[in-house]
Design a protein around this ligand. Structure first.
Ligand code: GDP
Length: 438
């Protein structure tokens, strides 16, 4: 023990990468539990920017095992490219483990993802078109191909044939693509298998063994709570469960193995792709916030939609995940504002007021935020390293958030650098901080 889960408390891109990196330092094992190469973490360390798509960012620590759990879907080309890139940068990968039960993204998944979004036209979900949704569909349809299948040519071929048969019609436009040729595909995936074999493992057992021997396991989530396929703004969601409970199904840990759940939120809000976003800002202030926060997708480069912090949604995320801690990132980005708005309720059709996150999608599409205005601050926060260094208005802003969602703020981000964080008094009493201090 302990097991600690990191989840996005908004729509993803909250800065989970940096928090994971910090919390991974004293960890014995970091394991990803859902999503695919649509996540992407950016970490700035000693002036070097690292971008991760599949491998947990903990790989930068020499003593930490890093695993890709069974709940993740893996594009083996992306994974082998990422391995090559890290190796070329001098990173040791002997600590990498890949679940034998994780599902694979196949060439036809990529094609179907493109075709599906194109067909939806204006109604497109805004997927990253990396084949992740179709791979999860095949998993549910029991037509998926798993990492372990890469090690057996006969099984691999049989499973590819079975998976492609019901897709014949949808794949017709791509019939001439060399990537769909059965022989070529089998060859290519066997080659990936050879390359990945040394990393393939029973990661569920590894997780259990680490916890059982008193180790510290960090469960690394991707995307965010409001993109969850069950609890998010369906259908404008991702195809997996980014909420904390998925840390169990996506790794093979039991619910009692989880001790702390850390939710990451920005000091404001962003969203990529389509779907409801009640606190969205559209005027030129939105451009200013987007520029100040560098709000462009890590994996896609797409500009993110920006808005004020939504405390109704954040309180919902605190409940769905049973958050024990809140990390507020990018506080520095709000410097220079006279007043800062916080959304404390929603206004719907016919002036209806909602204090809780509405369950009905139509309501959510119609609502706008009801705001409180709090005083801003003008000081640059980049050098602040303790709560006392922060201007009073920034401290009041954080206290307001924490009180509203009823979760203690443990860690603050005041710049992109690894050292640009503040551990709050509550944060210093938590397991990761105490482990780091040992
Ligand atoms: P993730 O998917 O949740 O890890 O988020 P991303 O990696 O896509 O986005 C986080 C971005 O914000 C990265 O470029 C980080 O370097 C940057 N970042 C993280 N924390 C802070 C912070 O406290 N302040 C500022 N200005 N940038 C931050």
């Amino acid at each position: 023990m302990p097991g600690i889960v990191i989840v996005g408390a908004q729509w993803g891109d909250e800065g989970k990468g940096k928090v994971t990196d910090l919390l991974a330092e004293p960890a014995d094992l970091v394991i990803r539990f859902q999503g695919g190469n649509n996540a992407g973490h950016t970490i700035v360390r000693e002036g070097v920017t690292w971008k991760f798509h599949l491998i947990p960012s903990g790989i930068l620590h020499t003593d930490t095992l890093c695993a890709i759990g069974n709940g993740v879907v893996i594009d083996p080309k992306v994974l082998t490219d990422e391995i090559d890139g890290l190796r070329a940068a001098g990173i040791d990968l002997s600590n990498l483990r890949v679940s034998a039960n994780a599902h694979l993204i196949m060439p036809y998944h990529l094609m179907l993802d493109h075709a599906g979004e194109a067909r939806l036209g204006k109604l497109e979900i805004g997927t990253t078109r990396r084949g992740i949704g179709p791979a999860y569909e095949d998993k549910a349809a029991r037509l998926g191909i798993r990492v372990q299948d890469l090690l057996d040519e006969k099984i691999l071929k049989k499973k590819i044939i079975a998976a492609m048969a019901p897709k014949e019609l949808a794949l017709r436009p791509f019939a001439k693509s060399p990537d769909l040729d059965l022989r070529a595909m089998t060859e290519a995936y066997l080659t990936y298998g050879h390359r990945l074999e040394q990393y393939i493992a029973d990661t569920s057992r590894l997780t259990w063994e680490t916890l059982d021997s008193g180790g510290y396991v960090l469960f690394e989530g991707a995307q965010g709570t409001l993109l969850d396929i069950d609890h998010g703004t369906y259908p404008f969601v991702t195809s997996s469960n980014p909420v904390a409970s998925a840390a169990c199904t996506g790794t093979g840990a039991g619910p009692k193995d989880i001790d702390e759940i850390w939710g990451i939120t920005k000091a404001y809000a962003t969203r990529v792709g389509a779907g409801p976003f009640p606190t969205e800002i559209h005027d030129e202030f939105a451009d200013r916030l987007r520029e100040a926060g560098g709000e462009y997708g890590t994996t896609t480069g797409r500009p993110r939609r920006v808005g004020w912090i939504d405390l109704v949604a954040l309180r919902y995320a605190a409940r769905i995940n049973t958050l024990t801690a809140l990390c507020v990132t990018k506080l520095d980005v709000l410097t220079g504002l006279d007043r800062i708005k916080v959304c404390v309720g929603y206004r719907g059709a016919e002036e209806a007021r909602f204090d809780e996150y509405p369950y009905h999608q139509t309501v959510l599409h119609q609502v706008t935020g009801i705001y409180e205005e709090l005083p801003g601050w003008s000081e640059d926060l980049g050098e602040c390293r303790s709560e006392e260094d922060l201007p009073q208005a920034a401290r009041d802003y954080l206290a307001y958030i924490s009180d509203f969602v009823n979760v203690p703020v443990t860690l603050l981000g005041v710049g992109p650098g690894r050292e640009q964080v503040i551990w709050t008094q509550a944060g210093r009493q938590t397991a990761p901080a105490q482990r780091a201090a040992v």
